[in-house]
Design a protein. Sequence first.
Length: 96
Amino acid sequence: MPAAALADPRDACAPGTRWRGRTVDLDLKAAPLHDVFRMLADVGAINVVVADEVHGAVTLRLRKVPWDLALCTVARTKQLSVTADRNVYLVVPASR
């Protein structure tokens, strides 16, 4: 099995995470979560998989925030967990 296939998934939003993503400005009102995560995936040039159990909307206004911090902030407000395995981010309810 190739070494790349053995990568360990990590908590992308763990305390102490260093935010390195390109900064974004976001001003959204009642935006569906799935759409917000898709937009952040485009900005971060990553792949995102959002579980079917994730639903709802978010209103936010962020200025000059790294995209990865924005992703984790949205997840935290909705009690979601974000796991990263290389450039694939999995968003699921935290209780899962």
